[in-house]
Design a protein around this ligand. Structure first.
Ligand SMILES: [Zn+2]
Length: 134
């Protein structure tokens, strides 16, 4: 029973692999990569946000509908953002990566707050709830 539960929790963890964010200006691409590294410093193995030419996920410079600054879909394996969010690209990318990891809602504080802030324990708890943080 303990093993089965561990197996299920392990399976809920996702390790999204993104195609490089080449639709953004060259000065913004490092901010997006840093945002993924910010999560990877906190997540468990199996939940790393990775980059590769053959990645299933895309992170594209395409304004979401309804005037949103950012949008993500795990079903479509897609994140869309504007290139000049008021909160900064790194903060916006962190937020959308949190959704990609499986965090559906928003937190009272932190990068998963709307609008996003710096990392807080609320983020770690939400990340733990989806099986991606210790
Ligand atoms: Zn959100």
């Amino acid at each position: 029973m303990r093993l089965a539960l561990f197996f299920l929790v392990g399976c809920s963890a996702t390790s999204p692999i993104f195609q490089p964010p080449t639709t953004f200006p060259p000065d913004l691409q490092p901010e997006i990569l840093e945002a993924s590294a910010d999560w990877n410093a906190r997540t468990l193995p199996g939940c790393e946000i990775r980059w590769g030419e053959n990645g299933e996920w895309v992170f594209v410079n395409q304004p979401p509908k309804n005037g949103l600054a950012g949008w993500s879909s795990r079903r479509l394996r897609r994140i869309q953002t504007i290139a000049n969010p008021s909160v900064g690209m790194r903060a916006l990318a962190r937020h959308e990566f949190g959704h990609a990891l499986g965090i559906d809602g928003h937190t009272a504080t932190g990068v998963m707050h709307d609008p996003p802030e710096e990392f807080t324990n609320d983020d770690i708890e939400a990340c733990r709830d989806v099986g991606c943080c210790p």
